[in-house]
Design a protein around this ligand. Structure first.
Ligand SMILES: Nc1ncnc2c1ncn2[C@@H]1O[C@H](COP(=O)(O)OP(=O)(O)OP(=O)(O)O)[C@@H](O)[C@H]1O
Ligand SMILES: [Mg+2]
Length: 462
């Protein structure tokens, strides 16, 4: 039972702290206590603890929010939550956030020793297991906020290819942040002090785009009253960002290919060749391989642009980024509205995590904006979200949730089997101990195929 390790006990009731430390003292662990959750938060961020034993209901910070703040930190401790008011919702919520144990007050010495020992063991397994998932650390990279593994890998790629003078193709759904990626690559290149010139190939009509890109000579067409430099010339020395490259008409694709290969252009209506020193970054939100296969996009231009490809993952494939991005946008908005950032109820994150985000980060940003405007109080609640989002997030197919569901399953199974074991299969006693409703308890038993004796049996009480 409990060997060495550092344990922090956080509870606003002094008596509770004394009881817990009395039980755990002498087990080989070193014990610290805090009645103030804010101070405890600071300690957990600056010291190393193996297990934090945490009361859920505390006046300054609620235990679940405490855990949500600390979990993403590198080397975060294991958590054991304590509550005098258990509910199926808090059990589920703490499991979802990755609590390693859950005990209901009042508890026996054995219970707390067993739970804390198990949390310590799990913590050791986690810190020694190289395959265990890395904790999410939120980083900001050239204005991009992310913590997920695919985004961190993408940042590493940008760091590598930024300084190398090679053309880049960025592929990702609409709103994933392709333009931010392009700007970041430019910023990290020796061209950073020179212009970054974005061109939206989808937004400009074909006949105008040509003269916009290549420029024109006076008299080249009606209205060409003077010579004009094109965007490619404007980008000389810097980076030309060709956004929505798949929208480029076939004739322009051919002209662009020639310009890229020769690094020379001829203005519309002109005869002189103008030499250019450019880096080209192209982006598309289409399936460009399909566009090439179906001959809508020239394969030679594709191969030319695709020297290096950066894929920006859709938001639904990096759900760890949702909450940090939402917080980031709320904070930024609060700054511009000159008020403190909204607090966010866990049910809001829950709904955001379940939604599929077809408009990716842009849609999330718009939602944060909407929430900041709509919400008049200090805390955003689920009711502040658009009904369409709430409805969709509640009907999300199960495979999206499978990872989370598995965690909850592990936790419920652990919890319920331990209770049943402790009370020798006496369902009534286990229900009383859990303080779950009869119906919830039976639902869990059925879910995990467990059977017991429905009647209390005096002998099975511990
Ligand atoms: N990781 C991020 N951190 C912060 N803001 C982001 C992030 N990713 C995207 N954004 C913001 O989301 C919005 C959409 O990003 P961006 O315009 O770069 O997307 P895009 O992929 O170019 O979209 P489209 O294909 O529609 O042009 C922008 O306001 C951008 O600032
Ligand atoms: Mg864009």
């Amino acid at each position: 039972m409990v060997t060495n390790g550092r344990i922090l006990i956080v509870d606003d009731e002094e008596d509770m702290l004394e009881t817990c430390s009395a039980i755990l003292t002498g087990t080989g662990a070193s014990i610290a206590t805090e009645t103030d959750a804010q101070r405890a938060l600071q300690r957990v961020c600056s010291e190393t603890f193996d297990v934090v034993l945490l009361d859920i209901r505390m006046p300054s910070v609620n235990g679940v929010d405490f855990m949500r703040t600390v979990r993403p930190l590198p080397a975060a401790p294991s958590f054991v939550l304590m509550t005098g008011f258990p509910s199926a919702q808090t059990v589920e919520e703490s499991a979802r956030l990755g609590a390693d144990g859950y005990i209901t007050k009042p508890f026996s010495n054995d219970q707390i020793l067993a739970t804390v020992t198990r949390a310590l063991v799990r913590r050791r397994l986690k810190t020694n297991d190289p395959s265990s998932p890395e904790p999410t650390t939120v980083t900001t990279f050239d204005g991009m906020v992310a913590g997920s593994r695919p985004m961190r890998q993408m940042f590493a790629l940008i760091q590598q290819l930024g300084p190398v003078d090679i053309d880049v193709l960025i592929v990702g759904e609409s709103g994933t942040g392709k333009e931010l990626v392009a700007r970041s690559i430019h910023q990290r290149s020796p061209r950073a002090a020179k212009p970054f010139v974005p061109v939206d190939c989808g937004a400009i009509p074909e006949h105008l785009l040509e003269s916009q890109l290549f420029g024109h000579e006076r008299g080249a067409f009606t209205g060409a009253v003077a010579d004009a430099m094109g965007l490619m010339e404007l980008a000389h020395g810097g980076t030309l960002f060709l956004d929505e490259i798949c929208e480029l008409a076939p004739a322009l694709q051919a002209k662009l290919l020639r310009a890229i290969q020769e690094r020379k252009i001829r203005r519309v209506g002109g005869t002189d060749l103008i030499g250019l020193n450019l880096r080209i970054i192209a982006a598309t939100n289409r399936d460009i391989d399909l566009e090439v296969k179906e001959a809508r996009f020239r394969h030679d231009l594709y191969y030319r642009l695709n020297a290096i490809r950066v894929d920006v993952p859709p938001l639904r494939d990096r759900r760890e980024d949702i909450a940090p991005l939402f917080d980031h946008f709320l904070e930024r908005l609060a700054g511009s509205m000159d008020r403190p950032p909204l607090r966010v109820e866990s049910a809001v994150y829950d709904a955001l995590n379940r939604y599929c985000w077809p408009g990716n980060v842009r849609e999330l940003q718009n939602l944060a904006h909407r929430t900041a405007v709509i919400c008049t109080g200090e805390t955003a609640a689920a009711k502040d979200l658009p009904p369409s989002l709430l409805q969709e997030s509640s009907t999300l197919p199960l495979d999206f949730l499978s990872k989370r569901a598995l965690k909850v399953r592990d936790f419920e199974l652990d919890y319920i089997s331990e209770l049943m074991h402790r009370y020798g299969g006496n369902i009534q006693a286990a229900i009383e101990e859990s303080r779950l409703s009869r119906a919830s308890f039976y639902r869990l038993l059925k879910k995990y195929g467990m059977k017991g004796h429905p009647q209390p049996a005096a002998s099975s009480q511990p």
